[in-house]
Design a protein around this ligand. Structure first.
Ligand SMILES: [Cu+2]
Length: 209
Protein backbone atom coordinates (compact mmCIF):
# COMPACT_ATOMS: atom_id res chain seq x y z
CA UNK A 1 0.00 0.00 0.00
CA UNK A 2 2.62 2.49 1.10
CA UNK A 3 4.92 1.39 -1.63
CA UNK A 4 2.24 1.86 -4.23
CA UNK A 5 1.24 5.33 -3.16
CA UNK A 6 4.81 6.53 -2.99
CA UNK A 7 5.28 5.18 -6.46
CA UNK A 8 2.24 7.11 -7.58
CA UNK A 9 3.64 10.24 -6.07
CA UNK A 10 6.85 9.66 -7.91
CA UNK A 11 5.03 9.29 -11.20
CA UNK A 12 2.98 12.41 -10.59
CA UNK A 13 6.05 14.39 -9.68
CA UNK A 14 7.85 13.11 -12.72
CA UNK A 15 4.97 14.12 -14.93
CA UNK A 16 4.73 17.52 -13.33
CA UNK A 17 8.34 18.31 -14.00
CA UNK A 18 8.18 16.83 -17.45
CA UNK A 19 11.30 14.91 -16.59
CA UNK A 20 10.00 11.77 -18.18
CA UNK A 21 8.61 12.81 -21.49
CA UNK A 22 6.24 10.29 -22.90
CA UNK A 23 5.00 9.14 -19.56
CA UNK A 24 2.31 11.78 -19.38
CA UNK A 25 -0.31 9.88 -21.28
CA UNK A 26 0.02 6.90 -19.01
CA UNK A 27 0.00 8.88 -15.79
CA UNK A 28 -3.24 10.56 -16.75
CA UNK A 29 -5.20 7.44 -16.04
CA UNK A 30 -4.08 7.15 -12.46
CA UNK A 31 -6.68 7.68 -9.83
CA UNK A 32 -9.44 8.71 -12.14
CA UNK A 33 -12.47 6.69 -12.94
CA UNK A 34 -12.17 5.03 -16.26
CA UNK A 35 -14.74 4.24 -18.84
CA UNK A 36 -13.93 0.60 -19.24
CA UNK A 37 -15.17 -1.79 -21.87
CA UNK A 38 -14.61 -5.53 -21.53
CA UNK A 39 -15.11 -7.93 -24.39
CA UNK A 40 -14.51 -11.59 -25.03
CA UNK A 41 -12.91 -12.50 -28.33
CA UNK A 42 -14.47 -15.53 -29.97
CA UNK A 43 -14.37 -16.50 -33.64
CA UNK A 44 -18.16 -16.60 -33.75
CA UNK A 45 -18.57 -13.10 -32.31
CA UNK A 46 -17.33 -10.58 -29.79
CA UNK A 47 -18.99 -11.05 -26.44
CA UNK A 48 -19.90 -8.04 -24.32
CA UNK A 49 -18.84 -8.38 -20.67
CA UNK A 50 -18.82 -4.76 -19.60
CA UNK A 51 -20.26 -2.10 -21.86
CA UNK A 52 -19.96 1.69 -21.72
CA UNK A 53 -22.54 3.82 -20.00
CA UNK A 54 -23.85 0.96 -17.90
CA UNK A 55 -25.43 -0.72 -20.89
CA UNK A 56 -26.52 -4.23 -20.15
CA UNK A 57 -24.22 -6.88 -21.50
CA UNK A 58 -26.34 -9.28 -23.48
CA UNK A 59 -25.91 -12.85 -24.56
CA UNK A 60 -26.05 -11.90 -28.19
CA UNK A 61 -22.69 -11.30 -29.80
CA UNK A 62 -21.13 -8.16 -31.20
CA UNK A 63 -22.82 -5.63 -28.91
CA UNK A 64 -23.13 -2.06 -30.11
CA UNK A 65 -20.71 0.21 -28.25
CA UNK A 66 -22.42 3.49 -27.46
CA UNK A 67 -19.72 6.08 -26.80
CA UNK A 68 -19.64 9.75 -25.89
CA UNK A 69 -17.62 11.88 -28.24
CA UNK A 70 -14.46 13.17 -26.58
CA UNK A 71 -14.51 10.58 -23.83
CA UNK A 72 -11.52 8.28 -23.46
CA UNK A 73 -12.20 4.59 -23.14
CA UNK A 74 -10.04 1.71 -22.05
CA UNK A 75 -11.14 -1.40 -23.88
CA UNK A 76 -9.81 -4.78 -22.87
CA UNK A 77 -10.64 -8.07 -24.46
CA UNK A 78 -9.78 -11.63 -23.58
CA UNK A 79 -9.09 -14.35 -26.09
CA UNK A 80 -11.84 -16.87 -25.46
CA UNK A 81 -11.17 -19.65 -27.93
CA UNK A 82 -7.44 -19.83 -28.55
CA UNK A 83 -7.78 -18.60 -32.12
CA UNK A 84 -5.78 -15.60 -33.31
CA UNK A 85 -7.71 -12.33 -33.04
CA UNK A 86 -6.92 -8.64 -33.06
CA UNK A 87 -8.80 -5.38 -32.69
CA UNK A 88 -9.37 -2.30 -34.79
CA UNK A 89 -11.85 0.54 -35.01
CA UNK A 90 -13.03 1.54 -38.47
CA UNK A 91 -14.84 4.42 -40.04
CA UNK A 92 -17.94 4.01 -42.18
CA UNK A 93 -15.73 3.29 -45.21
CA UNK A 94 -14.12 0.32 -43.49
CA UNK A 95 -10.81 2.13 -43.02
CA UNK A 96 -8.87 1.37 -39.85
CA UNK A 97 -8.54 4.47 -37.71
CA UNK A 98 -5.11 5.10 -36.23
CA UNK A 99 -6.46 5.92 -32.80
CA UNK A 100 -5.47 3.01 -30.57
CA UNK A 101 -2.95 3.25 -27.76
CA UNK A 102 -1.92 -0.36 -27.09
CA UNK A 103 -1.91 -1.53 -23.49
CA UNK A 104 -0.47 -4.63 -21.91
CA UNK A 105 -2.95 -6.23 -19.54
CA UNK A 106 -2.45 -9.26 -17.34
CA UNK A 107 -5.26 -11.78 -17.26
CA UNK A 108 -5.82 -11.41 -13.53
CA UNK A 109 -6.41 -7.68 -13.90
CA UNK A 110 -9.03 -8.42 -16.52
CA UNK A 111 -10.69 -11.00 -14.28
CA UNK A 112 -10.71 -8.57 -11.40
CA UNK A 113 -12.47 -5.87 -13.37
CA UNK A 114 -14.83 -8.38 -14.90
CA UNK A 115 -15.83 -9.38 -11.38
CA UNK A 116 -17.07 -5.90 -10.54
CA UNK A 117 -20.57 -4.69 -11.26
CA UNK A 118 -21.13 -2.79 -14.47
CA UNK A 119 -22.12 0.31 -12.55
CA UNK A 120 -19.30 0.10 -10.07
CA UNK A 121 -16.59 2.64 -10.74
CA UNK A 122 -13.16 1.29 -11.47
CA UNK A 123 -9.87 3.10 -11.63
CA UNK A 124 -6.80 1.76 -13.32
CA UNK A 125 -3.12 2.15 -12.64
CA UNK A 126 -1.50 2.45 -16.02
CA UNK A 127 2.24 2.81 -16.28
CA UNK A 128 4.25 2.74 -19.48
CA UNK A 129 1.43 1.09 -21.37
CA UNK A 130 0.93 -1.58 -18.73
CA UNK A 131 -2.26 -1.88 -16.75
CA UNK A 132 -0.74 -2.79 -13.42
CA UNK A 133 -3.57 -2.53 -10.97
CA UNK A 134 -7.21 -1.87 -10.33
CA UNK A 135 -9.09 0.08 -7.71
CA UNK A 136 -12.82 -0.26 -7.26
CA UNK A 137 -15.55 1.74 -5.63
CA UNK A 138 -15.15 4.97 -3.74
CA UNK A 139 -13.37 7.23 -6.10
CA UNK A 140 -12.57 9.68 -3.33
CA UNK A 141 -8.99 9.93 -4.43
CA UNK A 142 -9.56 12.04 -7.49
CA UNK A 143 -6.78 14.55 -7.37
CA UNK A 144 -7.97 16.92 -10.03
CA UNK A 145 -4.58 16.63 -11.55
CA UNK A 146 -5.70 15.57 -14.97
CA UNK A 147 -3.84 17.72 -17.37
CA UNK A 148 -5.86 16.55 -20.34
CA UNK A 149 -2.80 16.46 -22.51
CA UNK A 150 -3.13 15.05 -25.99
CA UNK A 151 -0.89 12.09 -26.47
CA UNK A 152 1.39 12.03 -29.44
CA UNK A 153 -0.07 10.23 -32.41
CA UNK A 154 3.23 8.47 -32.98
CA UNK A 155 2.35 5.92 -30.34
CA UNK A 156 -1.05 5.17 -31.82
CA UNK A 157 -1.80 2.16 -34.00
CA UNK A 158 -4.57 1.41 -36.46
CA UNK A 159 -4.80 -2.24 -35.53
CA UNK A 160 -3.45 -4.34 -32.70
CA UNK A 161 -1.22 -7.38 -32.82
CA UNK A 162 -2.90 -10.71 -33.24
CA UNK A 163 -2.99 -12.73 -30.04
CA UNK A 164 -3.85 -16.40 -30.15
CA UNK A 165 -3.32 -17.66 -26.63
CA UNK A 166 -6.57 -18.60 -24.94
CA UNK A 167 -7.08 -16.43 -21.88
CA UNK A 168 -4.61 -13.79 -23.01
CA UNK A 169 -5.80 -10.20 -22.68
CA UNK A 170 -5.13 -7.18 -24.85
CA UNK A 171 -6.02 -3.59 -24.12
CA UNK A 172 -6.35 -0.33 -26.03
CA UNK A 173 -7.17 3.22 -25.06
CA UNK A 174 -8.87 5.58 -27.44
CA UNK A 175 -10.88 8.76 -27.43
CA UNK A 176 -14.25 8.54 -29.15
CA UNK A 177 -14.65 10.53 -32.34
CA UNK A 178 -17.67 10.83 -34.58
CA UNK A 179 -15.97 9.04 -37.47
CA UNK A 180 -15.92 5.76 -35.56
CA UNK A 181 -18.44 3.36 -37.06
CA UNK A 182 -17.48 -0.17 -36.10
CA UNK A 183 -15.04 -2.32 -34.18
CA UNK A 184 -13.64 -5.42 -35.73
CA UNK A 185 -11.26 -8.37 -35.61
CA UNK A 186 -9.38 -8.20 -38.89
CA UNK A 187 -8.81 -11.95 -38.86
CA UNK A 188 -12.55 -12.59 -38.73
CA UNK A 189 -14.11 -9.50 -40.29
CA UNK A 190 -17.36 -11.24 -41.10
CA UNK A 191 -18.22 -12.62 -37.68
CA UNK A 192 -16.31 -10.40 -35.24
CA UNK A 193 -17.64 -6.98 -36.09
CA UNK A 194 -19.98 -4.69 -34.18
CA UNK A 195 -21.32 -1.18 -34.41
CA UNK A 196 -19.86 1.86 -32.70
CA UNK A 197 -22.35 4.60 -32.04
CA UNK A 198 -20.87 7.92 -30.97
CA UNK A 199 -23.11 10.42 -29.26
CA UNK A 200 -22.20 14.06 -29.31
CA UNK A 201 -24.62 15.37 -26.73
CA UNK A 202 -22.42 17.32 -24.35
CA UNK A 203 -21.25 14.20 -22.65
CA UNK A 204 -17.65 15.29 -22.27
CA UNK A 205 -16.37 15.72 -18.78
CA UNK A 206 -13.87 18.54 -18.56
CA UNK A 207 -14.53 19.13 -14.91
CA UNK A 208 -10.93 19.59 -13.90
CA UNK A 209 -10.01 23.01 -15.12
CU1 LIG B 1 -10.98 -12.93 -34.67
Amino acid sequence: MTQQSSRRRFLKAAAATGALAGLNATVLAQGQNEEIILLGGYTRAWQGYRLPGGQEATDGGNPTLTLQRGTTYTLMWQNGDGVGHNFAIQDSQGENLQVLEPLTVQSDVFEQINGTGGNESVSLDISNGNVTGVGTGGGGNATGNQTGGQQSTESLVSETEIIAEQGAVQGVRFTATSEMAQYICLVHPNTMVGDVEVQSGGGTDNSSG
